[in-house]
Design a protein around this ligand. Structure first.
Ligand code: NAD
Ligand code: IPM
Ligand code: MN
Length: 349
């Protein structure tokens, strides 16, 4: 079997802490199997600003492009808040460079963690949906954009082609799920959202079995909390998907458990937790590594078809949760290291 090349961008603040956990789990799960891989680390984000003067050096772009998958933890933080080019600009740039227009963010409530959520268990039971977030266009990228002393401009722009390709991913995904798509937009106000609706209506003709409904983003924000089991596949624009996915993570117990996949037409996909670099808890050894470990699980499944290894990771994580070996964000007292060690022990059975 071909040795897989994995580009690792270890990130800032809690980034390296959870990346190390994830890589330890990857090493443990792949021992004594046919799955062979090589890790190549590249500077990125704040770390790259410090070493190379920019958040996304050309050598990092090239390294990622020649890899089979990219793992990223999280970047940014107060150290670089006043930098001329912030770490976050590097994140947008790498998504663009790799053509990663689709960001898949799952929200599945693990019954064992239902009590950890601030939302009532009877409301969140049966929650299992994915947010399909458009990632390389919309208000994050539209021009003109400028910031001056007395005026700033951002532009929300979408082309039909950009909407079609993200819808296509969402509709296809729904065919393997409950065949229910919800388009989340602001079509009562925004021109781009009106165009999203037109494209969705047309695409529905190609997927007649799929039930499509439309929800304004403000109402969707409420419904995610009051009736999360309503949703199956949510397709939405860049900014709405960013906001709603952090909100949805609360249902599962903690933002610190949610992975994501960003993917395009060709080239490697990128796997990363949906959360940030959590500067408030960095260096204390208490960051939840589950988001990173589950991102690696997603990589094994989606990029490498290693379903058995992926299932073993999921089971090992679930066992750690069942035993109550979890970090403080999930109400536990375990450290990052203790959770990682427990998950590795579970893997070894
Ligand atoms: P954040 O997601 O880093 O943190 C929000 C809250 O969630 C904090 O209280 C944090 O402690 C907690 N949290 C997040 N991940 C956790 C984990 N694994 N375990 C336990 N608790 C966890 O959001 P923020 O504080 O608004 O942003 C911090 C920095 O991260 C900013 O510079 C922001 O731009 C950046 N950011 C980066 C990414 C990314 O790299 N993909 C995503 C979001 C934010
Ligand atoms: C995310 C983050 C990023 C985004 C920021 C850090 C640029 O919040 O990945 O969810 O808004 O996409
Ligand atoms: Mn975000």
């Amino acid at each position: 079997m071909q040795i897989k090349k994995i580009a690792v961008l270890q990130g800032d603040y809690i980034g390296p802490e959870i990346m190390n956990s994830g890589l330890e789990v990857l090493e443990a799960v792949s021992q004594e199997t046919n799955f062979e891989y090589q890790i190549h680390k590249y500077p990125f984000g704040g770390e790259a600003i410090d070493c190379c003067g920019e958040p996304l050096p050309q050598s990092t772009i090239e390294g990622c492009k020649k890899s089979d998958a990219v793992l990223l933890s999280a970047i940014g933080g107060p150290k670089w808040d006043k930098a001329k080019i912030r770490p976050e600009a590097g994140l947008l740039a790498i998504r663009n460079e790799l053509g990663l227009f689709a960001n898949i963010r799952p929200t599945k409530v693990n019954p064992i963690l239902a009590r950890k959520s601030p939302v009532k268990p009877e409301v969140i039971q049966d929650t299992d949906f994915v947010i399909v977030r458009e990632l390389t266009s919309g208000i994050y990228f539209g021009t003109p954009r400028k910031q001056e002393k007395y005026e700033a401009i951002d532009t929300s722009r979408y082309t039909v082609e950009e909407i079609e390709r993200i819808m296509h991913i969402g509709f296809e995904m729904s065919m393997h799920r409950k065949k229910h798509v919800t388009i989340v937009d602001k079509a009562n106000v925004l021109a781009t959202s009106k165009l999203w609706r037109k494209v969705a209506q047309k695409m529905n003709n190609d997927y007649p079995e799929v039930v499509v409904d439309y929800c304004y983003v403000d109402a969707a924000a409420m419904k995610i909390i009051t009736q999360p089991s309503f949703f199956d596949v949510v397709i939405t624009a860049n900014l709405f998907g960013d906001i709603l996915s952090d909100e949805a993570s609360v249902l599962t117990g903690s933002l610190g458990t949610i992975p994501s996949m960003s993917t395009g037409v060709t080239g490697p996909s990128l796997y990363e937790p949906i959360h940030g670099s959590a500067p408030d808890i960095a260096g204390r050894g208490i960051a939840d590594p589950i988001s990173m470990i589950q991102s690696i699980e997603m990589m094994l499944r989606e990029s490498f078809g290693e379903y058995e290894l992926a299932d073993r990771i999921t089971n090992a994580v679930e066992q750690a949760i069942t035993k109550g070996i979890v970090t403080p964000d999930l109400g536990g007292t375990a450290t990052t290291k203790e959770v990682t060690t427990q998950i590795i022990e579970n893997l070894r059975g």
